[in-house]
Design a protein around this ligand. Structure first.
Ligand code: ITT
Length: 198
């Protein structure tokens, strides 16, 4: 089955390609001129569907027959921040880059008097094709700390310790992260749908 990834985040592309090794994977910029997709959904599922739909609609009729579009909307929900940054994870800081997002997370916890908090990552995977629209979710529980540790991964990984571990995600290898992550879990469910559609 041929899949087009509807994401502009190169870190996600790497993880998704690794996790979807058995499929023929393309990125949407191999077929389309990259364009802005307004993520104005109120939850991960709405945003994931918005992204996959926008890319699918931009394909020509032949491509629509040949491909399924797969998107990922994901984020980190921190308990002491009442679930923030959530769907705003990519644009939490004014600058909207990973480094400033991590700084803002630590400072928002500090403002409330916390050095760490329970937290969870969520990923929603959306699939859009001629056969219809589908979505799956995956969650990884853990805690966030106020000191960055490790160099691997992206986003908030240097601040996130998965439940049952004593290292941050950025201190784990890509294979270790990919065997426990929110993205891995959502994709395991998405693969069941893909197999049935095939
Ligand atoms: P696309 O919309 O183009 O896919 P994006 O980065 O804007 O790219 P999202 O809106 O889904 O994607 O935001 C995801 C953000 O959540 C991401 O930028 C990180 O800050 C955070 N995030 C999600 N999954 C993560 C992971 O596995 N590790 C670290 N941070 C993650």
């Amino acid at each position: 089955m041929k899949i087009i990834l509807a994401t502009s985040n190169p870190h996600k592309v790497l993880e998704l390609k690794e996790l979807l090794k058995d499929f023929e994977i393309y990125t949407f910029d191999e077929f389309l001129t990259p364009f802005e997709i307004e993520e104005n959904g109120k939850n991960f599922k709405e945003n994931a569907l918005l992204k996959a739909r926008a890319v699918f609609e931009a394909l020509d009729e032949k491509q629509k027959k040949d491909f399924i579009v797969l998107s990922d909307d994901s984020g980190l929900c921190v308990d002491v921040l009442e679930g923030r940054p959530g769907v705003y994870s990519a644009r939490f800081s004014e600058q909207g880059d990973d480094k400033n997002n991590r700084i803002k997370l630590v400072s928002e916890m500090a403002k409330k008097g916390f050095k760490e908090s329970k937290a969870h990552y969520v990923a929603c995977i959306a699939l859009v094709g001629l056969m219809g629209e589908f979505s799956t979710h995956g969650i990884m529980h853990g805690r966030v700390i106020d000191t960055q540790k490790g160099e691997n991964g992206f986003g908030y990984d240097a601040l996130f310790i998965p439940k049952g571990f004593d290292k941050t995600l950025a201190q784990l290898s890509a294979d270790e992260k990919n065997s426990i992550s929110h993205r891995f879990k959502a994709l395991e469910l998405a693969k069941i749908i893909l197999k049935i559609l095939n």
